[in-house]
Design a protein around this ligand. Structure first.
Ligand code: ZN
Length: 401
């Protein structure tokens, strides 16, 4: 069976000075239009209790462009501006449906610099991508090929805080769904990044410790620089570069890992666990592993969906660490610092491996009972529990697969 999915392909590119100037102008206009529309919508609601929709903000944009003060909005492509209004509307819909907080203003320094072009505002032909208002195609580094015969439907241009330029092309891709026999349980390990029920432990990406030390040095250096000085600006770029390197390596690592897990396993069981509450610890390492777990889960969810795999999230109150995966007896206590323990049945357990095995068994029993629900992307925040809540006693004695 094959399935067509929307997939983003991201590449670096190197703009000419004119292209960079055009894009910077566009980013600025996108931010301004977004903020003005947000202001208008907020005012309409707080003053007159009126809901302003997307077409109304689009009409406002037309008016703004005609005023003398905002005439510069006409100089950039109108498509990214319209898209910004659409994104704002999506933000409001998410807010109304209680999936997100109230939309916030885009800041010049902190917000992502990006512009989205739909098909009327770019041309993609013979591997050359040209944006509206530009004479020359972008100098894109095609680090991997687009799917055969693919036509991008949306192109997003962005610049990160380290100054690097990226273009992301949204294309239809055909994915073969071939079932495989494997099943795996995954525990967000304490000692390592992840522990798998197969006995494998997944560590943090290579170089991360060294990168993190470099980050601490760069941040200390930045803190010593005088505010507003040229050296401070330089030091800030340096910090951003180290941040970007850490994020890149981690994303690559998680992509490889999730692709492999999905390739090898038909059933994948994770804990429905906000790492945030598990590790109430504000040190840098933990903040990073928190973000990694969320990113890992998001990737796993969409890849499992693409390949027709079953992803089960077992209830967060399932006592995965306290249960013996050999005999099913529940121990009373399991302090966080216990790495290895011996059950009354005599089996010596590695804490994380035992937990991963229990998670797999619980997931399989949930599927067998028909109580399992595939976690939907983005719904985890509102979903109370996808899995039947059972008292701990009821899950005792599950056979180890
Ligand atoms: Zn036991």
């Amino acid at each position: 069976m094959a399935r067509v999915v929307k997939r983003a392909f991201r590449y670096r590119f190197y703009p000419s000075p004119e292209q960079a100037a055009e894009l910077c102008r566009t980013f600025g206009c996108v931010r301004l239009v977004y903020n003005m529309a947000l202001q208008a919508r907020t005012e309409a609601w707080t003053v007159r209790q009126e809901r302003v929709n997307y077409p109304a903000t689009s009409a406002m944009l037309t008016v703004w462009k005609k005023t003398e003060d905002l005439a510069f909005l006409r100089e950039v492509s109108c498509v990214p501006l319209q898209q910004a209004l659409r994104h704002l509307h999506t933000g409001f819909v998410n807010f109304w449906q209680k999936r997100a907080g109230y939309p916030s203003f885009k800041s010049k320094k902190r917000s992502r610099r990006s512009a989205e072009y739909t098909s009327s505002a770019f041309r993609y032909r013979n591997g050359r991508l040209t944006l509206a208002k530009m004479a020359e195609p972008l100098d894109v580094v095609w680090s991997r090929p687009l799917p055969e015969g693919a036509t991008p439907s949306t192109v997003t241009v962005s610049q990160d805080s380290a100054g690097r330029w990226f273009v992301s092309l949204l294309c239809d891709d055909v994915i073969e769904q071939t079932p495989v026999p494997g099943a795996v349980g995954i525990d967000a390990g304490l000692g390592s990044l992840l522990a798998l029920s197969t006995g494998e432990t997944v560590t943090n990406p290579r170089h991360e410790r060294r990168d993190r030390a470099a980050l601490v040095r760069a941040q200390r250096n930045l803190a010593r620089k005088e505010k507003g000085s040229a050296n401070r600006a330089k030091a800030r770029v340096k910090v951003a570069r180290v941040h970007a390197r850490i994020a890149d390596r981690r994303r690559d690592h998680l992509h490889q890992l999730t692709s492999r897990l999905v390739r090898e396993n038909q059933t994948i069981v994770i804990e429905d666990l906000p790492v945030r509450t598990m590790l109430k610890n504000h040190c840098l390492a933990r903040a990073v592993s928190d973000a990694a777990w969320r990113q890992f889960r998001t990737m796993l969810e969409y890849k499992a969906d693409w390949h027709g795999r079953t992803l089960v999230a077992v209830d967060r109150w399932f006592p995965s660490s306290k249960l013996c995966s050999a005999c099913g007896v529940l121990t009373e206590q399991m302090p966080l610092d216990v790495r290895e323990w011996t059950c009354r049945c005599g089996v010596v357990h590695d804490r994380d491996l035992n937990a991963a095995r229990n998670i797999l068994a619980e997931g399989l029993s949930v599927i067998a009972c028909g109580g399992g629900v595939r976690p939907q992307r983005g719904s985890s925040r509102t979903r109370q529990s996808s899995v039947k809540q059972e008292p701990p006693g009821a899950t005792q004695g599950i056979p180890v697969p």
